[in-house]
Design a protein around this ligand. Structure first.
Ligand code: 13P
Length: 252
């Protein structure tokens, strides 16, 4: 945790969820409104098809809503894509950009991720910028160099604590049940904090740095209370409100 920084626990539903899953979002909202996550802010990022309905369910409450990707342009002939102003219009306040699944499966580069993050800021959304090394890169001792390069290439200029969140998600920890050691997480988040200061100046000390990758109720306390870990981006364990809230309870 970082003194003076409000923790942030967000669920990334990826390509999961039909309208039948809206009950989970309602349960998350009730818990957020009841303060069950202590001082932490809670957010859920369902697929784009559920955003408008979810926005209706959470209106006037304390649960925040995010999307999982956006196009760099505000509108135009881009069949199948969704722009940042559209997400904002649907009720999102956050958008994930640069998730490793998009970097890998859709060949997204740092430059594209930065363009998406800039589009998010321009639309009034907060960008959750994801970075993380592969297993091979960690084994080669390059993890910090890789993440540094990704951040330098992906972070939007002019960002600050209210408009940018960084999520460190080692690719090899996503959906595998594997996690880095607390020492490795502390080392990486410390390096990210230093870099954020270089890029954003004093505001960099207050940006939230999340950890993502196999966060579960059983390991959340060990990971989420480390220095410079200001919350989590949770995949599989965020699909059920009970599991998601058990993780957020690390901040109670
Ligand atoms: P899991 O929590 O399922 O490992 O996914 C993490 C993730 O990709 C969050 O964006």
């Amino acid at each position: 945790m970082t003194p003076g920084v409000r923790p942030f626990v967000a669920g990334n539903w990826k390509m999961n969820g039909l309208s039948a899953s809206l009950g989970e979002i309602e349960a998350m909202r009730r818990a957020a409104d009841a303060g069950e996550a202590g001082e932490a802010e809670l957010a859920v990022c369902p697929p784009a098809t559920l955003l408008a309905q979810a926005a209706w369910k959470i209106r006037g409450g304390k649960l925040s809503l995010g999307a999982q990707d956006c196009h760099p342009e505000p509108s135009g002939a881009f069949t199948g894509d969704i722009s940042a102003p559209m997400l904002k219009d649907a009720g999102a306040t956050y958008v994930i950009v640069g998730h490793s699944e998009r970097r890998t499966l859709h060949h997204e580069t740092d430059a594209l991720v930065r363009a998406k993050a800039e589009a998010a800021l321009k639309a009034g959304l907060t960008a959750i910028v994801c970075v993380g090394e592969t297993k091979e890169e960690r084994q080669a001792g390059d993890a910090i160099a890789v993440v540094t390069r990704q951040l330098k290439g992906s972070l939007p200029p002019g960002g600050g604590p209210d408009s940018v969140v960084v999520s460190y998600e080692p690719v090899w920890a996503i959906g595998t049940g594997l996690t880095p050691t607390p020492k490795d997480v502390t080392e990486m988040h410390g390096a990210i904090r230093t870099l954020l200061g270089e890029i954003y100046g004093p505001g960099g000390s207050k940006l939230r740095i999340l950890y993502g990758g196999s966060v579960k109720p059983g390991n959340c306390r060990d990971l989420l209370t480390l220095d410079n870990v200001d919350g989590a981006l949770i995949g599989g364990a965020s699909l059920k409100a009970a599991e998601f809230l058990a993780i957020a309870a690390a901040y109670r």
